[in-house]
Design a protein around this ligand. Structure first.
Ligand code: SAH
Length: 399
């Protein structure tokens, strides 16, 4: 980088988090800008004492004023740099996840892969890209070209239709980036189970890839069990339960479209349709109705959407989690198993366990944790970026 590179100078003492390699620079830590960086341009970050700290992508509007690309002074941020980062992310996945396990996985998980603001998911021979920051937006064309080159995939679809883009001042955007078209019904597999995915209109980038190993884990608990799958989406845990020998599964979601795909997924896998019941509704209300009808289950899954994207919403979210967990504790038969999850970044694993414990106390039941679950290895958590660990799950047994 030349002497003309714009720079961002921090306030005294505000270099600490960067020294610990946390990749975010908040606006409150910035003393001044030198030069006039455009949105997404690479800036050099210095401490108040003039020490070089990092190269970062500049975001003029967001509270996160810059995201670190590299802490190494000698590195030049450009296509070669991104090729290296992408290559290493792809190589990791190849070692960790075999083609027997799946043909759908997250290839790039933003900050935790050293590529803040970039998410790339693979669905068979199609890539879906999300660009979440100005820094990543600045390099969008290069990143897409590199992805084609490194993966050999020729169809790439963009799903940058996510709320967080508005915090950056970026408009939402979706569309084909490479290739001619994307099929409406794409088929992926997780071990022996196949799922239909619509990457253009499905939630997130089409499927909840982060739950893959937890869906597989559920099979071990499912035999001869009567299952209630809450927030079932397209039937992820429903299919695992049936494949694991569940006697019946009641699946609930507020999205009728997701339930229709779930029903088609049963057919796709030749699973017994008479063992599956789908119900479109609000889980908060459905759980109450089931309680009033004195229904009970052997295995309950609670996999709600993000109630608390940030710590600020944690308290309200905690009430939501407690409510559904309390009702689930009551609906479980003795010896029953609860798979309960939170994908809220604002709720730590410790806090989540406290909430579930509070729910069990209020329900007046004894519960013990037998397993702790997290996101799969294709969603790594950088040690320097604990916020990357957003999915936590507990498997609890009712005594
Ligand atoms: N377990 C699923 C993913 C669940 S994502 C899988 O393995 O694929 C959360 C789901 O909750 C979404 O499908 C969304 O449509 C649904 N949802 C959100 N709010 C809801 C509510 N109040 N009641 C029922 N479903 C809800």
């Amino acid at each position: 980088m030349k002497a003309t590179t714009p720079a961002l100078i921090l306030k005294p003492g505000r270099e600490k988090s960067l020294a610990q390699r946390h990749p975010w620079i908040f606006s409150g830590a910035v003393d001044r800008l030198v030069g006039d960086p455009s949105a997404g341009e690479t800036v050099a970050v210095y401490s108040a004492g003039g020490e070089f700290l990092a190269w970062a992508g500049y975001s003029p509007v967001s509270q996160i004023r810059a995201r670190v690309w590299s802490f190494q002074r000698e590195v030049e941020i450009g296509p070669d740099f991104f090729r290296q980062r992408l290559k290493s992310a792809l190589e990791w996945r190849e070692k960790l996840i075999s083609p027997e396990e799946t043909n759908a996985m997250r290839l790039v998980h933003g900050e935790s892969d050293g590529l803040p603001g970039l998410v790339v998911d693979r669905y068979d021979d199609i890539l879906v890209v999300q660009i979440l920051s100005y820094g990543a937006e600045r390099w969008r064309e290069d990143l897409v070209n590199l992805l084609v080159d490194l993966t050999g995939v020729d169809t790439i679809f963009e799903r940058s239709d996510v709320d967080v883009r508005s915090l950056e001042g970026l408009p939402e955007r979706t569309g084909l980036l490479r290739g001619r078209s994307v099929p409406e019904r794409l088929i992926i597999y997780e071990e022996e189970i196949r799922y239909e995915v619509n990457v253009q209109t499905g939630q997130k980038t089409g499927f909840y890839l982060d739950q893959r190993r937890n869906r597989a884990r559920l099979k071990a608990y499912a035999e001869h069990r009567e299952v209630l799958n809450c927030f079932c989406y397209t039937g992820g845990f429903t299919l695992s339960a049936l494949a694991g020998g569940a006697s019946r599964v009641l699946s609930v979601d507020s999205s009728g479209e997701a339930l229709q795909i779930g029903q088609r997924n049963l057919t796709l896998n030749g699973l017994p349709e008479n063992r599956a019941e789908w119900f479109e509704g609000d889980v908060f209300q459905v759980l109450r109705k089931l309680r009033d009808q004195a229904r009970s289950f052997d295995l309950i899954v609670l996999d709600p959407p993000k109630f608390a994207p940030t710590i600020a919403q944690a308290e309200r979210a905690a009430r939501g989690y407690k409510d559904i967990n309390l009702l689930a504790c009551k609906l479980l038969r003795p010896g029953g198993v609860l798979f309960t999850f939170s994908c809220s970044g604002g709720i730590s694993p410790a806090l989540f366990q406290k909430i579930v414990a509070g729910a069990a106390v209020d329900a007046g039941v004894e519960m013990a944790v037998v397993e702790r679950l997290s996101q799969g290895p294709d969603h790594p958590v950088s040690l320097y970026f604990p916020e990357g660990e957003y999915l936590k799950g507990l498997v609890c047994v009712k005594q």
